[in-house]
Design a protein around this ligand. Structure first.
Ligand code: ADP
Ligand code: MG
Length: 259
């Protein structure tokens, strides 16, 4: 049995306002889950909370990763355990290339494990990075780009997928770009996840795009409405959403629809 990310009865407030109201979700290594829901339903709040963003206050519930209580851990410690969070608010870092950024990320992890570590030798790093770029069919020139400087939504996702390929997390959480619906970005995430997924990787893809199945094949689909997961199922749930939208769920929630 591999590692699991377990979200148990999670309640989160932002600026004193309750946003998540009892979320339960488990992602195992080897599984691909999609979390869907309309804008404002709390999807990014969940992603930010998983990352340990200080603005998101956990008022109840538990976050467990591989049996370890995540609430006790800082963001970088969570990442060292093998929980990957795509950069939610990608900032341009002047003068830092994608390659530099990735090498720093690897070295930070190595030093956390061994304070004496001298860092990954450059030839070894180059080899690792080109292997991973080939694996996800990425042009090598991408490594020399300045991180997020003038990146499109799709290029930000490309950088995230490369980061994920290099860091080899056990569970990855990919939130949609903050620019909202960006089909190019979703396609890039889908291709990357398709190439990287396997028994050692669990993925939670977060999107409000209802035609997600055209891009990605999750085994599990969950729908969030007003801070709660109100429905879980297989890919057929995404198909149903594509056809019927979210209204049937709202009606079901309000008890006005058919049971
Ligand atoms: P989604 O990602 O599903 O579109 P969000 O989690 O971004 O939804 O937002 C859910 C609710 O939480 C919204 O009402 C939003 O305004 C609020 N919210 C989320 N993050 C913040 C924040 N940092 N500051 C204030 N309100 C926030
Ligand atoms: Mg969001």
């Amino acid at each position: 049995m591999g590692a699991a990310l377990e979200i148990r009865n999670l309640h989160v407030s932002v600026e004193g306002q309750p946003i998540l109201r009892g979320v339960n979700l488990t992602v195992q290594q080897g599984e691909v889950h999609a979390l869907m829901g309309p804008n404002g339903s709390g999807k990014s709040t969940l992603a930010n909370t998983l990352m340990g963003h200080p603005a998101y206050e956990i008022t109840a519930g538990q976050l467990i990763f591989d049996g370890v209580d995540l609430l006790e851990l800082e963001t970088d410690e969570r990442s060292r355990l093998g929980l990957f969070m795509a950069f939610q608010y990608p900032v341009a870092i002047p003068g830092v290339t994608v390659a530099n950024f990735l090498r720093n990320a690897i070295n930070a992890r190595r030093r956390a494990e061994n304070p004496e570590d001298k860092g990954i030798p450059i030839p070894a790093f180059r080899k690792l990075m080109t292997e991973k770029m080939d694996m996800i069919q990425m042009d090598h020139s991408f490594a020399g780009r300045y991180l997020n400087e003038g990146f499109s939504g799709g290029e930000k996702k490309r950088a995230e997928i490369l980061q994920m390929a290099v860091l080899e997390p056990r569970i990855a959480v990919m939130d949609e770009t903050d620019s909202g619906l960006d089909i190019d970005a979703l396609r890039i995430v889908a291709e990357g996840v398709g190439r990287l997924s396997g028994p050692d990787l669990g993925v939670l893809v977060i999107t409000h795009y209802q035609r997600i199945l055209n891009y990605i094949q999750p085994q599990f689909v969950h729908i969030m409405l007003e801070g709660q997961i109100v429905e879980s199922g297989g890919p057929e749930l995404a198909l149903h959403l594509e056809e019927h939208g979210y209204d049937w769920l709202r009606e079901k929630q309000n008890g006005t629809g058919e049971a």
